[in-house]
Design a protein around this ligand. Sequence first.
Ligand SMILES: [Zn+2]
Length: 464
Amino acid sequence: MAGIASRMAGRGGTSLPGQLLARLSPDALAGLAQRVRRRSGPGLRMVVVSATNGKTTTAAMLAAMAAGAGLRVSHNLSGANLRSGIITTLMDTTRPVDLVLLEVDEATLPTVVQELQPDVVALGNLFRDQLDRYGELDTVQEAWEAMARSLPSHTQLVAVADDPRVANVAAQAPAAATWAGGGPDLPGSERLPDHADARTCDACGTQLDHAVVWVGHLGAWSCPGCGRTRPVPQVRLAGVSTADIDRQQVTITAGDDELRLELALPGLFNAYNLLLAVAVARSIDIPTSSITSGIHRFRAAFGRFERVALPDGRRLLLVLAKNPTGLSEVARTIAEVPHPPPVVLVALSDGIADGRDPSWTWDADLSPLRPHVSEVIATGTRPEEMALRLAYDGWAREAITVEEDLGSALDELLDRAADPTCVLTYTAMLELRRILRRRGWARSMWEADQPPAAASAPGPGEAP
Ligand SMILES: [Zn+2]
């Protein structure tokens, strides 16, 4: 009833029922998990995915692969990744399913894993994010390590070896992890970026060496002090080639298999999301053919390089960026496509879900955009701060328009841009979505966020 009331009030109803139940019954999550297991039988797999960046996209990719294999999937919608959203998802899982697939917030992960006792825990990366909510990255990492040490022996960990923090977490688990990571031929850079969040060895404190760096602090690392090195990945990202901003070819190898996958998303960080999704899919025996066909039908998750069709035929690009590494990678990705957009809207907001302190933008690297983007429209609740940040990255003040009202900023963008592109923090993304919805150009978040089981239907944002 709470869910229905919430939906009638124009909200998603993706968390309120769980919030109520969690208050009424503190053991609700474990109890619901048992109910789902009982109803679904011994074939059920429970998979939990967490990471600072990319967990929504990774989970959406996995859901597409599972749908490709004909599995019945229960999957929490993006954003509903706190305990209340997970409880709501399990409450709604009243029929037998083959796969429960949960994207879980980093801070929520340890308790959720303890209560769910999932079959697979997939760990992608740990970056600085919302210091005011999560605390320092070391705190999150320590909580993950404690979780890994107390994992039941039946739980399979699938982890990205290239992140030294994640590797250290996964190494604490009682059972050996399945490692995913960059292959020997994957091109990268030689040095860590300024915004890197892991520079020293967890064991001995020595500065890490990197043979190659791929995304943020993800790379082929080793410690010259104590000899720890990156675990050897069994599932490897062998190559990527970007066709345009909507498409890239990703090659992933595992054992004797080579998967050539067409991904409807740009950027090396999205290739990493795909890598983790493939590693998890293999661990739950989804066949290669279903992985390939599933990902072929996959469309961007809410606001993750999502396209919204405008009435005049143009397609508005919505890109979420919520922390230093995320924003840096978005800037790099937009700069590296064949025809980068010359005008970009950047919305910086300081809602609770964004982190109240917007100073994190100073740790991001926007400079790759500078040669391509001649005009920036700064908006959100902190447009002046964004404008100042951009000025320090080399944009002249005349090249920056400050517009406090997001709707007016959107109008300015649409006036000037053939290929309108918006980079937004989380609450700015929600606000822009409300504006698009009022104009009849987009569906609401929970309507747009159909599970990819219905992937043959129009993708998110493609139809009103
Ligand atoms: Zn060391």
